[in-house]
Design a protein around this ligand. Structure first.
Ligand SMILES: Nc1ncnc2c1ncn2[C@@H]1O[C@H](COP(=O)(O)OP(=O)(O)OP(=O)(O)O)[C@@H](O)[C@H]1O
Ligand SMILES: NC(=O)c1ccc[n+]([C@@H]2O[C@H](COP(=O)(O)O)[C@@H](O)[C@H]2O)c1
Length: 274
């Protein structure tokens, strides 16, 4: 897929004007009548997306099947917009396209929603989850029941790493009403992460503990986007840490190199001269 142009309905070519909620891999009907349909939403920088980001969904899917009454019927990556201004954040168009390449090439059920990335202003996570709730339960009226008789509402949940839930106890990072909305109404699946003490991270979130599902990593994977960017700056291999199509894209666009911008400009000048 890496060398192919994105299709017209692809997340990476959408603008706010022609935006359409991606639902091509959203399950249309439930398989199990006894389970509650669930859509997982991972919000993050994804600069760049790693295999761990993708694995989070697989871990959450297994966890849901084995430990809960949920049936996962869809999974979305929602890259944060350029307004987030975090160090190491590549332009959102690149991050959306890398997520899209990764999802299309390595998964049969993950999708990328560019809505958050396209926003001119920073969009708090609570609002992003509201957007999914609206698109799936209001616009699409949920999902068809297993017997085909009724439409059922879909539960939307945040999927995140332990470091993110840890920030929820840091004063000033999250509005109290947003925490209550996210953890009280939506709920969260949290993947443990080395370097974050889960008990500490959850200590101040006791009132919502019934809605917080903790997923243990049975095979520890500690890859992070920060380490990937560091390797790329040092011209070290990131093969087998992130999808091959994403590596190709990073090379083509000279992302995450210190002199990336000047090299890209030189290339543009060369094209213009030829
Ligand atoms: N190794 C990991 N273990 C568990 N969760 C992770 C891991 N890497 C990322 N995540 C989670 O994935 C989500 C999206 O990650 P995001 O791109 O924002 O962070 P990151 O990979 O830590 O990036 P950076 O290194 O640029 O800070 C977050 O919820 C984060 O907690
Ligand atoms: N107040 C909020 O809604 C809030 C606060 C911190 C992080 N986040 C989200 O968490 C995700 C990951 O953020 P970091 O990469 O900073 O860990 C991003 O999608 C960001 O928007 C939301």
């Amino acid at each position: 897929m890496s060398n192919e142009a994105p299709t017209p309905q692809a997340a990476s070519v959408m603008t706010l004007e022609n935006y359409r909620f991606p639902a091509h891999r959203l399950q249309q009907q439930q398989s199990d009548p006894d389970r509650i349909p669930l859509v997982l939403v991972a919000c993050g920088s994804f600069s760049p997306i790693t295999y761990l980001h993708l694995r989070m969904f697989e871990m959450a899917n297994d966890y849901s099947r084995i430990n809960t009454k949920y049936e996962v019927v869809g999974g979305y990556l929602s890259p944060v917009s350029d307004a987030y201004k975090k160090a190491g954040l590549a332009e959102s168009r690149h991050r959306v396209r890398m997520c899209e390449l990764a999802a299309e090439d390595t998964s049969s059920w993950l999708m990328v929603d560019p809505w958050e990335a396209l926003q001119p202003d920073y969009m708090p996570t609570a609002k992003v989850l509201d957007h999914f709730e609206h698109e799936i339960n209001n616009v699409r009226n949920g999902i068809l029941s297993a017997d085909g008789g009724t439409q059922r509402p879909v539960k939307i949940m945040l999927l995140a790493g332990a470091d993110l839930i840890g920030t929820m106890s840091t004063p000033g990072v999250w509005a109290e009403k947003d925490l209550d909305h996210i953890l009280g109404n939506f709920g969260a699946m949290i993947v443990e992460r080395s370097g974050t003490d889960m008990d500490e991270a959850l200590a101040n979130l006791k009132q919502w503990e019934d809605n917080i599902h903790v997923i243990t990593q049975m095979i520890q994977n500690n890859v992070s986007s920060t380490k990937i960017r560091l390797f790329l700056r040092r011209d070290m291999s990131v093969q087998y840490l992130i999808p091959a199509t994403v590596i190709e894209y990073i090379d083509q666009h000279r992302l995450y190199t210190d002199d990336g911008e000047s090299k890209a400009k030189d290339k543009d000048k060369q094209h213009a001269a030829n």
